[in-house]
Design a protein around this ligand. Structure first.
Ligand SMILES: Nc1ncnc2c1ncn2[C@@H]1O[C@H](COP(=O)(O)OP(=O)(O)OP(=O)(O)O)[C@@H](O)[C@H]1O
Ligand SMILES: [Mg+2]
Length: 257
């Protein structure tokens, strides 16, 4: 059997006295879609920051397809195909929707040379292929009609979808999405669900932090539940739905479960 996409072993992250992540051990199988859920402050974003080495673990080790990520810079980790998005959408101002998406295809390029690079790329054969891929993602998310408008003119939900698409254009091996549905309206959320299904079907391994239970339960193979830094449950959506500790973790939360 091949190595799991991600193996997190006994990982702990302390900030002063607070253990934001406490002795978490977990495996993400190649090609699966894992939803990471838990109340505010549970440590979900911290876990992503640890996986991408924005934070150094206090204890524990993280392996990406069997390779330890210990000591690698966030840039080196991205270079391996481990790509993440952030909780708040960040689009490049002064560029169109399509240009923002194509940036993802040039992930090693510095931002001040992007415009120039994109112009040069347009002369190349691969440009057509990249644009076709970008258009495919824009179509799934109903953004194709906006492809030539300034990205900053998109509604917030569209900007968040754009960030996911840009990440997909890097052809990630493992994609970490931090609350991609936050701020999305109902139709944008269902467009995101379609995009996630398309991504999973294309074989990309995904971890997604999400509060929206109907979205999570509809697309995830596995669910991991964090509460106060601890992994309190994991399993299939069906198993998680019945799990008492999950319901407990959400007591007092907005009707999330
Ligand atoms: N850089 C930091 N320095 C100190 N404490 C931090 C830092 N980052 C996160 N924390 C703390 O770690 C805990 C987990 O935070 P984290 O942002 O990972 O939660 P989360 O599950 O992503 O929450 P949310 O659903 O609100 O996004 C919180 O108590 C937070 O205050
Ligand atoms: Mg968070």
């Amino acid at each position: 059997m091949s190595a799991p996409a991600l193996r997190v072993t006994n990982i702990t992250k302390r900030f002063g006295g607070l253990a934001a992540i406490s002795d978490v051990t977990y495996e993400v199988l190649d090609g699966s879609l894992t939803a990471l859920i838990g109340p505010n402050g549970a440590g979900k974003t911290t876990l992503f920051n640890l996986i991408t080495n924005l934070f150094t673990p206090t204890e524990g080790e993280i392996y990406f397809y069997g390779k330890s990520l210990n000591g690698l810079s966030p840039r080196q980790i991205a270079g391996l195909g481990l790509i993440r998005t952030f909780q708040t959408a960040r689009v490049f101002p002064g560029m169109t929707v399509l240009e923002n998406v194509l940036v993802g295809a040039h992930r090693r390029v510095r931002s001040h040379t992007l415009k120039q690079m994109l112009w040069q790329a347009s002369a190349r054969h691969e440009e057509r292929e990249l644009t076709a891929r970008a258009d495919g993602f824009l179509e799934i998310t109903n953004l194709l009609k906006f492809r030539d408008v300034a990205a900053t003119d998109l509604p917030m939900g569209g900007q968040k979808l754009l960030e996911v698409i840009r990440a997909l254009m890097t052809r990630p091996r493992l994609l970490l999405l931090d609350e991609p549905a936050a701020g999305l309206n109902d139709s944008e959320t269902s467009e995101l669900a379609s995009l996630l299904r398309a991504v999973r079907n294309s074989g990309v391994t995904v971890m997604v932090v999400e509060h929206n239970m109907s979205l999570v339960m509809g697309v995830a193979d596995q669910v991991m539940v964090l509460d106060a830094g601890c992994l309190v449950a994991s399993g299939s959506p069906q198993e998680i739905r019945k799990n008492a500790r999950v319901i407990e973790a959400y007591v007092g939360q907005e009707a999330a479960v």
